[in-house]
Design a protein around this ligand. Structure first.
Ligand SMILES: Nc1ncnc2c1ncn2[C@@H]1O[C@H](COP(=O)(O)OP(=O)(O)OP(=O)(O)O)[C@@H](O)[C@H]1O
Length: 649
């Protein structure tokens, strides 16, 4: 019958291993720390204590991340509470159920007292029926509201998780490339899963849990006072001990919870990076090194996990002892009152029952505080993402230039750019123009700033100086989606979706017909090898386990770009990583793709250079030479040297 407070029972601050049985709003008793699979990542033969060793030092940044939780719980709560908008009426309804259930419990105990004093002590069956019927009715009512409250609370909590995850995920997708270079992918995954759930503990479950524990406490305490105010007063003197115990544990639990969240992210990162790099691991015999890396993170997790479990176990046991002390005080006082004929046995039993019911919500209130404190560790990590600013934004509504039919004139006018946080400028005074259908090739030494040009053209960043324009319109004046519809990027690494070949091509233009997809594949010289596969266009491919060669994957990407049919094309090292034969096979479809489009090709491979209308040579972020292939060879400068070294001259 009892509705339990959300987050009231769990040992606070759990991360990964709370799932899949993570705390639900009501009624699910959380496994105590000691019951969790502590050994999941642990090496049984190793002692529990962390043994730092060569190569196992943490960076200062990581150490700081593990140990310095800053955000106050109420600030975190205030940041996430707006996400409950739309569900607040359900929260109110859940609270009504919670209050009704607590009332039903109170009534049941009073009826129990009545039954003991009249039906049992007087041995009268006639005195049994009426209170028994009422008790049963109250029990049924309590069960009904308990069920309704629990179901609604789980639904509301999960909706909150859904909404929060969508919000964070949506935000992450707008963040600039350097954000992803600075955060490990596995850690971001962990933030989007484990940390999102931790916030739910604080917001939805936290609110309902507090209401539940508060009302239960008030009802049971009122009833206990009503039965015997003097006895109640004497026993409540001990209640602040619960609060003191919770206070004592709060700070340490937050720190441990944070360590656990960080360790969760680190483990996911190591596993993901190792699996993504499996060829390197196997080819360079890095198995032992990778295992060591995982063991190091797993030990950090285990340390935090064991510390968390010990902490909550210690808290639980301390609370048990305080409870026992209170119950003994009641029995002692009650025995004395009965011996003086000032109390009936029914009253004493009902009183003891009230205390039995009263202590859990009081204890829950204390523990709830700890759970909230622990959840702020997850909140900090999510706010780290949510507070990261996208590098670019759409122009304000009404200020954007209306879409037009793009001809494809691309201009860089004295562009200067520095990556956020970088000391040096990456580009300075870069100017280039490519008219509709022209082919401009950008080359230069590694690190000269070539790929940065493509990032500015796709508007991943805005230039610090000068401007980048499409058909004369500055990029920041048009909607981002419009720009990216009209400028297709074929990046250095072939981007493959985890889906069929058909879907991989079709994502170039949603809504494309099968005929158009096949035509694009034909133009990209991909149709023949696709149809030779047993499942043809329906063959599933995956970025890591693709059954296709690098050149074939590149041709799938070319087919996608063909289908996109944008007037401007940016090719970033389209033949890098391909052997000579594959590169040659890619060149013809590439030429077909480029034909009739403005093409900016960034490359070290100068095989296509004679076709270029103009060549720009970048050096340390500046244009050092510009001209046609012939002109630059005749100049005998950087280009001639690069060309010579490529052709073994
Ligand atoms: N996110 C970043 N933050 C700071 N500096 C960066 C970032 N990305 C790139 N850089 C720096 O900017 C410079 C130019 O990088 P870019 O990738 O444009 O060079 P590139 O000419 O394309 O090199 P490569 O031919 O090797 O691909 C490099 O010195 C690089 O270290």
């Amino acid at each position: 019958m009892r509705l339990r407070a959300i987050g009231a029972e769990p040992a606070p601050g759990r991360g990964r291993h709370r799932r899949p049985g993570r705390p639900r709003p009501y009624g699910r008793h959380q496994p105590s720390g000691a019951q969790r699979p502590l050994t999941e990542y642990a090496d049984h033969d190793e002692p529990y204590a962390y043994e730092g060793g060569a190569g196992e030092e943490e960076t200062a940044e990581r150490t700081a991340e593990r140990t310095t939780p800053q955000l106050p719980a109420r600030v975190a709560f205030r940041r996430f509470w707006p996400l409950t908008r739309g569900d607040r009426r359900w929260l109110v309804l859940i609270c009504v159920c919670v209050v009704a259930a607590a009332l039903a419990e109170t009534a049941a105990i009073l009826l129990f007292s009545n039954l003991t004093d009249h039906a049992l002590q007087e041995g009268s069956l006639s005195a049994f029926w009426s209170p028994a019927g009422q008790w049963f009715a109250v029990a049924v009512l309590g069960a009904a509201v308990g069920y309704a409250g629990n179901s609604l609370a789980v639904w509301t909590a999960e909706r909150f998780v859904l909404r929060l995850r969508a919000r964070v995920f949506g935000h992450v997708q707008d963040l600039p490339p350097h954000f992803f270079q600075r955060h490990r992918q596995g850690d971001l995954v962990e933030r989007l899963t484990g940390d999102v759930e931790a916030i739910e503990q604080m917001v939805v479950s936290g609110v309902v849990g507090t209401v539940s524990a508060l009302f239960s406490t008030v009802f049971f305490a009122t009833a206990a006072f009503w039965l015997r105010w003097d006895l109640a007063l004497a026993t409540f003197v001990l209640a602040p001990l619960f609060w003191l115990a919770a206070r004592r544990f709060s700070g340490r639990i937050k720190a441990v919870a944070r360590e656990e969240r960080v360790a969760d992210g680190a483990i996911t990162s190591v596993v993901e990076e190792s699996l993504g790099n499996i060829v390197l691991t196997q080819a360079y015999n890095r198995k032992a090194a990778e295992e060591k890396r995982l063991r190091r993170e797993a030990r950090a997790w285990m340390r935090a996990s064991v510390a968390g479990a010990r902490m909550s176990e210690l808290y639980e046991q301390l609370v048990e002892v305080i409870e026992t002390l209170c119950v003994l005080a009641v029995i002692g006082l009650g025995a004395w009152e009965i011996s003086q004929d000032r109390m009936t046995i029914g009253q004493l039993l009902a009183f003891a029952a009230f205390l039995g019911y009263l202590y859990p919500p009081i204890r829950n209130l204390g523990q709830l505080g700890l759970t909230l404190t622990a959840a702020t560790a997850g909140a900090e990590r999510l706010l780290d993402i949510l507070d990261a600013e996208p590098a670019v934004a759409d122009p304000p509504p009404g200020a954007a230039v209306a879409p037009w039919r793009v001809h494809g004139t691309v201009e860089f006018a004295r562009v200067g750019f520095r990556y956020p946080g970088a000391r040096k400028r990456t580009l300075a005074q870069v100017s280039l123009t490519a008219g509709p259908g022209e082919f401009v090739l950008i080359t230069g030494e590694s690190g000269a700033g070539k790929s940065t040009v493509s990032k500015l053209l796709l508007r991943f960043y805005d230039p610090a100086e000068g401007s980048v324009r499409l058909d004369g319109v500055p990029l920041h004046a048009m909607p981002l989606a419009f720009l990216r519809e009209n400028v297709t990027l074929l990046p250095q690494e072939t981007l493959i979706l985890h889906d069929t070949i058909r879907e991989n091509i079709a994502c170039g233009r949603p809504g494309a017909t099968d005929h158009e997809i096949v035509q694009a594949a034909r133009d990209a010289a991909a149709h023949d090898f696709i149809t030779a596969l047993p499942e043809g266009y329906d063959t599933p491919i995956d970025p890591h386990t693709a059954q296709l060669s690098g050149g074939q994957l590149q041709r799938v990407a070319i087919a996608r770009a063909m289908l996109r049919n944008a007037p401007v094309l940016v090719l970033d090292e389209p033949t890098t990583g391909l052997d000579a034969l594959s590169a040659r096979r890619v060149v013809r479809p590439l030429r077909r793709l480029m034909s009739g489009r403005t093409t900016i090709m960034i490359t070290h491979d100068l095989n296509l250079a004679p076709d270029a209308d103009r060549i720009l040579v970048l050096g340390h972020g500046r244009v050092v030479e510009t001209g046609t292939h012939r002109e630059l060879l005749a100049l005998g400068g950087t280009y001639a040297r690069l060309h010579g070294s490529q052709n073994g001259l």
